[in-house]
Design a protein around this ligand. Structure first.
Ligand code: PXP
Length: 239
């Protein structure tokens, strides 16, 4: 079965809308465990628009049974933070201040050296390192060359496809590049823009071991509660 990492950034987004102390995203970690999901994902952004440093420290203290996956940019500040906090996994992502959410995968072709340095720094201290990348063969091969343990295939184009034909094309790209990644010995994950409506075709790609899903789960949680929202997503992943 494909495992599920739940991205809790959007709980922090609600808190930061008022710069208050509720809702606390850290409490979400307990619900994720209770609901039977497999990981907690958070993105500490340079501008601290949602997750704060305090959250990261607390998450590390409370997430002991599940995987704590920290999404971050390849900056010195973030690398220092990661090697101090020691999440179970770091996912390196591109980051632009003006973007609403992560746009596109990390450019590991043109910024190979920066990514390589970050991967080396993280691996030296024993943090599993994943690269959030677009599903193209040359990018997958480059991820392998740079020494990543895992790749997270960006499903944004699939999720944004306007019609059935382009959705099918995007799905095929995901399938083929998941196969390539697995053949190269990389752990293959996927995520971004996945919803209750579009997740199934991605979840049945055999090489994809884990999905990271945030916005759709938290949106549903507003009405049905976080535990039920996660359980409903898990039920889809079980098929
Ligand atoms: N994976 C990565 C690398 C991301 O940056 C995000 C968004 O923070 C997600 C997965 C989750 O995307 P969504 O919130 O659209 O489910």
């Amino acid at each position: 079965m494909t495992t599920l990492g739940v991205n809790l950034d959007h709980i922090a987004t609600i808190r930061e809308a008022r710069k208050t102390n509720e809702p606390d995203p850290v409490l979400g970690a307990y619900i994720i465990e209770l609901a039977g999901a497999h990981g907690v994902t958070i993105h500490l952004r340079e501008d601290r628009r949602h997750i704060q440093d305090r959250d990261l420290h607390l998450f590390r203290k409370v997430v002991t049974k599940l995987k704590l996956n920290l999404e971050m940019a390849t900056t010195d500040e973030m690398l220092a933070m990661a090697t101090d906090i020691m999440p179970d996994q770091v996912t390196l992502v591109p980051e632009k201040r003006a973007e609403i959410t992560t746009e596109g995968g990390l450019d590991i072709i043109n910024h190979g050296q920066t990514v390589q340095n970050a991967v080396n720094t993280l691996k030296k201290v024993g943090i599993e390192t994943s690269l959030f990348i677009d599903p193209y063969p040359e990018i997958i091969r480059q991820a392998k060359k740079l020494g990543a343990d895992a790749i997270e295939l960006h499903t944004g184009e699939y999720a944004a496809a306007k019609d059935f034909v382009s959705q099918k094309q995007e799905l095929r790209k995901l399938q083929e590049n998941a196969t390539l990644g697995a053949e190269l010995g990389l752990i293959v994950l996927a995520g971004h823009g996945l919803t209750y409506q579009n997740v199934t075709p991605v979840s049945v790609i055999i090489e994809v071991q884990e999905l990271n899903i945030g916005h759709s789960i938290i949106s549903r949680a507003v009405y049905v509660g976080l535990e039920r929202a996660i359980r409903e997503m898990l039920a889809l992943l079980k098929g």
